[in-house]
Design a binder for this molecule. Sequence first.
Ligand SMILES: *[C@@H]1O[C@H](CO)[C@@H](O)[C@H](O)[C@H]1NC(C)=O
Ligand SMILES: *[C@@H]1O[C@H](CO)[C@@H](O)[C@H](O)[C@H]1NC(C)=O
Length: 397
Amino acid sequence: MHLATLPCLYSFAVLGPTLTLALHQPQAQVHPKPIIIDTDIYSDVDDLGALAIANVLSNFGLAELKGVVISTGSEYGALTVDVSLPRSSVRLACKVEWDETNMAAKAVNTYYGNGHMKIGAIRPLTQETFVDRWGWQLGEYASKVAHHFPRALRNATQTPSPLTLYREILADAAVNSLTVISIGFLTNLADLLESGMDEISPATGADLISHKVAELVVMGGNYPSGWEYNFAGVDPKVAHRVISNWPKNVPITYSGYELGSQIWTGQHLAQEAPVDSPVLAAYQWYGDRCNTTLKSYDPVTVLYGFLGLGGRAKLGIAPMFEYANADGYNSVNAVDGINTWVEDASVRNQHWLRLRPDVTVSDIEELLNRLLVQSPRAAEGRHGEIIEDMLRSQLRI
Ligand SMILES: *[C@@H]1O[C@H](CO)[C@@H](O)[C@H](O)[C@H]1NC(C)=O
Ligand SMILES: *[C@@H]1O[C@H](CO)[C@@H](O)[C@H](O)[C@H]1NC(C)=O
């Protein structure tokens, strides 16, 4: 049943040129997709870039961000997410009292200001900060963003746990409606999958997933087989448990190491981002001596999560991704985290992504870069179809 809902996106492509007419209608009806992002924000700044892109795409009406859950214990993760993501109107109202003369405060206060964002942070919370013990080049950004940009969340202790937030959002969601985008470790998803009934819902976690999740999109693994950090780097056992026990009726789409590692973004932030952008600041703090050019594992995954296979014809966005396999499943080794694709014609709910043949790496880089530098007000007063401005002609329908 779930599988039947995905391929219908293809029909946009089939309709082709006639849909350009829709771009000129004043109110293109685009149904925002409900999305949850599960992130290991803390070390690599591409999580923050991915969240910024999610926010810009939400502003253009492509999706409704229901919440962000965090799988890393540092309190600076939740505080950073709060800085860089949509304010609820309630929070915004409180923050209007901030000193208007403080440019940074004013800018971040209204930064991406349009949503009702809930954040769930894993416990125990720590005050750990990132040190690049591999290359001794990359810097730490999360504590700096948390301390130098205004935020509504005073302390990460005020957040619910990821499990609570997941169960609340799933319990409230319409049947087969949610897209879960996992751009970090699978710890929170393992907790959800293995959870029993509680005061939030009489359903088990597996039942909630089976009934409410339309698709799980995972940045993790290397395809068809290999080593990748989100599966293997910290806790291979949780990756193994989630991937092997995930309900068979819910599609999983993998965005692998081999896809994100060829896509470099962030190179134009200093020239093109608003000066008070937390994205610019975070990339400069993280990048090697201010080199903000980074691989884009998480941003490309979020882009797919929002657009799906079909692109968004009504917004003038052509399809960009396709499945690289017809069938089979991913097997993650619980000890070393290495994933191996197993051929099996009877399993059809798992796929890994690649770019369509007519889409180049630089097309995707250009699109992601444009999204990263959008002002928080880019979508204000504009209909969703204006996102077309941001796309090179070959990505348009
Ligand atoms: C959050 O609260 C804890 C516990 O009271 C405290 O130790 C920590 O310093 C606080 N963090 C921030 C960023 O204020
Ligand atoms: C910045 O980093 C990228 C990727 O590692 C590299 O290709 C580029 O040469 C660097 N730029 C500078 C100015 O060092």
